[in-house]
Design a protein around this ligand. Structure first.
Ligand code: NIG
Ligand code: FE
Length: 414
């Protein structure tokens, strides 16, 4: 048994009511100006004003006492949407986009996601592991302690299973907690060009059952978009996934408003992601269903598009989470502090709302809120020591590295 005592911390945390925070509650953060955190075997035993915790600790004699220097302490970030299992960058496509060629046009010409598919299919499992592990370590250094990683650059059964094994191994061989998502419905592979229905059949009848048997993926996600998967196709895939026990998520209304937000609400998806073009009607349906909006402002920034309407979503009562979307195409960014800054300055979330969005609501968006997302007894002792006195430093220090230390299960990992 290892007992640790963290003192002289200025803690900021959302309080978990057993569901994601929405509306006015999204910005409700508990601040404990001079606090202490007592941990046992990597979990929080007690957190509160220093004198209270010190009183409780009198009979426990901690193995270690750590002084947080009066700095701001917040829960470790949860990044609930990434594609960081890939092999090789796509810098030439970035140049094409700078010249004005749209993201979906590059995909239509056989590039985009499909160029990463070629690289991932050709990579050995070891090569893919190395590149994924490297990026995951960088995410950790930016304060991410729990991360979702999607497959979706295999688009054939064996390559998708390979990706999921790699994603699972990153979870076992790094300090990060990893949540694997199957995203075979990420694009139509070359072999099925002009036959998206054939590919949907293959996903439903071959890939999904094999992925379920493999037992690694916890969620299934679909890229519902013009020229990719239609509303009807997305619905069929997600319903089949749900019947096999997967949680479901949707890349919805990223470029065009196909009605992805409404679909997410009507199929009972845990979350709908992107939502740059989502309609009021779709957002209202999400609020009524309790669907979490996972917003990806670094993607809007990288694509040069207006941000999703985060402020409006909070007003409508949609619980908002934030994620990087880290991928080699639309958004090569593994930094939650950068996303936090964009959300505050670009989408007009308050720093408190953005804190909930990058911790507790993000933990709900990947089904992990029982063990992380807030600093409360019973949860993992995953937390960050920041430069400065309040979480606003994350937006204020633009492009800086305000994360000074990362603790995962009460162990210092950065
Ligand atoms: O969320 N939109 C679809 N998927 C990713 C991009 C993947 C890629 O371009 O490689 C996204 O933006
Ligand atoms: Fe994505």
């Amino acid at each position: 048994m290892t007992v640790k005592l963290f003192v002289n911390a200025r803690c900021f945390t959302p309080i978990d009511p057993g569901r994601p925070l929405s509306g006015n509650d999204q910005g409700m953060i508990r601040e404990i100006p001079r606090s202490a955190i007592l941990t046992q075997d990597g979990r929080i035993l007690q957190i509160g004003p220093e004198p209270e915790v010190l009183e409780a600790v009198r009979h426990l004699s901690p193995d270690q006492e750590i002084d947080c220097g009066g700095h701001c302490v917040i829960p470790g970030f949860v990044d609930p949407h990434t594609h960081l299992c890939f092999h090789g960058l796509r810098e030439s496509e970035f140049s094409m986009r700078l010249e004005g060629i749209p993201y979906l046009e590059i995909l239509r010409r056989g590039g985009g996601i499909l160029s990463s598919v070629k690289r991932v299919r050709a990579a050995t499992e070891e090569e893919l592991f190395k590149s994924t592990q490297q990026l995951a370590q960088s995410a950790l250094a930016h304060g991410t302690t729990t991360i979702e990683i999607k497959s979706g650059y295999g688009l054939e059964t064996q390559a998708e299973l390979k990706m999921l094994r790699v994603i699972d191994r990153v979870g076992r061989q790094s300090p990060l907690d990893v949540v694997p998502t199957f995203m075979g419905a990420h694009a139509i592979p070359e072999e099925f060009a002009g036959d998206s229905e054939g590919f949907v059949e293959m996903i439903i009848h071959e890939m999904l059952p094999e992925v379920a048997t493999q037992g690694i993926a916890r969620f299934c996600d679909v890229f519902c978009e013009e020229g990719v998967f239609s509303i009807a196709q997305s619905r069929r895939i997600l319903e089949a996934a749900r019947a096999l026990g997967f949680g479901i998520k949707i890349h919805a209304d990223e470029v065009h408003d196909l009605g992805g937000a409404g679909l997410a609400a009507s199929v009972g998806a845990l979350s709908a992601e992107h939502l740059l073009a989502a309609s009021d009607e779709g957002l209202k349906a999400m609020a009524a269903a309790g669907t979490i909006a996972v917003l990806l402002p670094a993607t809007a920034y990288s694509l040069g598009k207006p941000f999703a309407r985060g402020r409006e979503m909070i007003r409508l009562g949609v619980p908002v989470a934030l994620a990087t979307d880290c991928n080699p195409g639309s958004c090569f960014c593994e930094s939650i502090p950068f996303v936090f800054g964009l959300a505050v300055l670009g989408m007009k979330l308050s720093p408190e709302e953005a804190l909930t969005a990058t911790t507790l609501n993000a933990a709900y968006a990947v089904g992990q809120a029982k063990s992380c997302g807030s600093l409360e007894p019973g949860k993992k002792a995953d937390f960050l020591i920041l430069e400065g006195q309040t979480p606003a430093i994350l937006a204020y220090h633009a492009g800086g590295s305000p994360v000074k230390a990362v603790y995962k299960g009460a162990e210092r990992v950065v």
